[in-house]
Write a protein that binds this ligand. Structure first.
Ligand code: ATR
Length: 279
């Protein structure tokens, strides 16, 4: 009998990750005798860990905070999204070579497809934040065909850098311009850590947003961030951060275990219950 396939998630810390719950659910659902294991890897141990993936008996795995950028530099090959975003979250071996992909952008796009169908017709997008997560989100928006993406960040220089990196279709704007920017925004996305449990709320006034606007947050602890609550109160369509987490996991599972899994309401309910239990 073939050995069970083993995949991992490496991060530092990694105890809070919900990915084992997601992949564990799919392994059970498909009756696959595989494993998906948490591995805490300190930053200075990442290169050694990645060099020994095969020897450790793994077929591949996920990379999470704070290793995504370094992993992109350590792989032998990476997909186009990882190259553009400069970060890798999914690893596998091909002919003994370490390959990396970034599935965050694709996961965000799939989450919007599910919760806000037609989002690619939203017109103007405004993205709050200009860090690593923002790079994936802006890439997802350009892949969806959006060509007026406005980036607003506390540190304006980072917004300029990101807009520059994307080129045509993206622009950087000072925070003071946000009210004006919102007045014709069809899709607003928070990629900052504001609104996350333990951080302050994202203090922005949504009043200028048009009634058809969609508001998305990539924060999923809590699931209903103050930003999403304010958007719901105004009757706007909202997209929470859990969809991106669930959808980014699909292609990794398929690579490691050979079955393309589905993001279902049952899976979502399982993760929501876990988040409510221990945020
Ligand atoms: P990630 O990879 O999760 O995006 P990051 O690269 O550290 O993490 O970026 C965090 C983002 O949240 C940045 O846009 C950051 O703004 P700065 O570039 O000005 O640091 C934003 N952010 C974090 N704390 C913030 C705060 N208190 N107010 C506004 N923006 C904040």
């Amino acid at each position: 009998m073939a050995e069970p396939r083993r995949a991992f998630i490496c991060g530092h810390p990694v105890g809070h990750s919900r990915s084992p719950l997601i992949h564990g659910h799919w392994l059970d659902q498909h009756g696959i005798a595989g494993t998906y294991e948490r591995v805490d890897v300190a930053p200075d141990a990442l290169a050694g860990f990645l060099a020994r993936i095969e020897d450790s008996g793994f077929v591949g795995g996920n990379v999470t905070v704070p290793h995504k950028e370094l992993a992109a530099r350590l792989v032998d090959r990476c997909d186009q999204a990882a190259e553009i975003i400069g970060a890798v979250n999914t690893l596998w071996l091909e002919d003994g070579r370490l390959c990396g992909a970034n599935t965050d952008a694709c996961g965000f796009g799939a989450s919007l497809d599910a919760a806000a169908p037609g989002w690619t017709e939203c017109g103007v997008a405004t993205v709050l934040g200009a860090g690593g997560a923002a790079r994936a989100i802006v890439h997802a928006l350009t892949r969806g065909g959006m060509n007026d993406i406005r980036i607003v960040n506390r540190t304006h220089g980072r917004a300029l850098e990101l807009a520059d990196r994307i080129g045509a279709g993206a622009s950087a704007h000072p925070q003071a311009a946000l009210g004006e920017l919102l007045s014709d925004t069809g899709l607003l996305v928070n990629t900052t850590s504001m609104g996350m449990a333990g951080a302050g709320p994202l203090a922005i006034d949504l009043a200028p947003l048009p009634a058809h606007a969609v508001v998305a947050d990539i924060v999923y602890v809590p699931l209903r961030t103050p930003l999403l609550a304010a958007a719901r109160e105004r009757g706007l369509t909202t997209v929470d951060g859990l969809g991106m987490l669930l959808h980014q996991a699909v292609s990794g599972f398929e690579r490691w275990f050979g079955v393309r899994p589905e993001v279902t309401d049952t899976l979502r309910d399982i993760v929501v219950a876990d988040l409510e239990d221990a945020p």
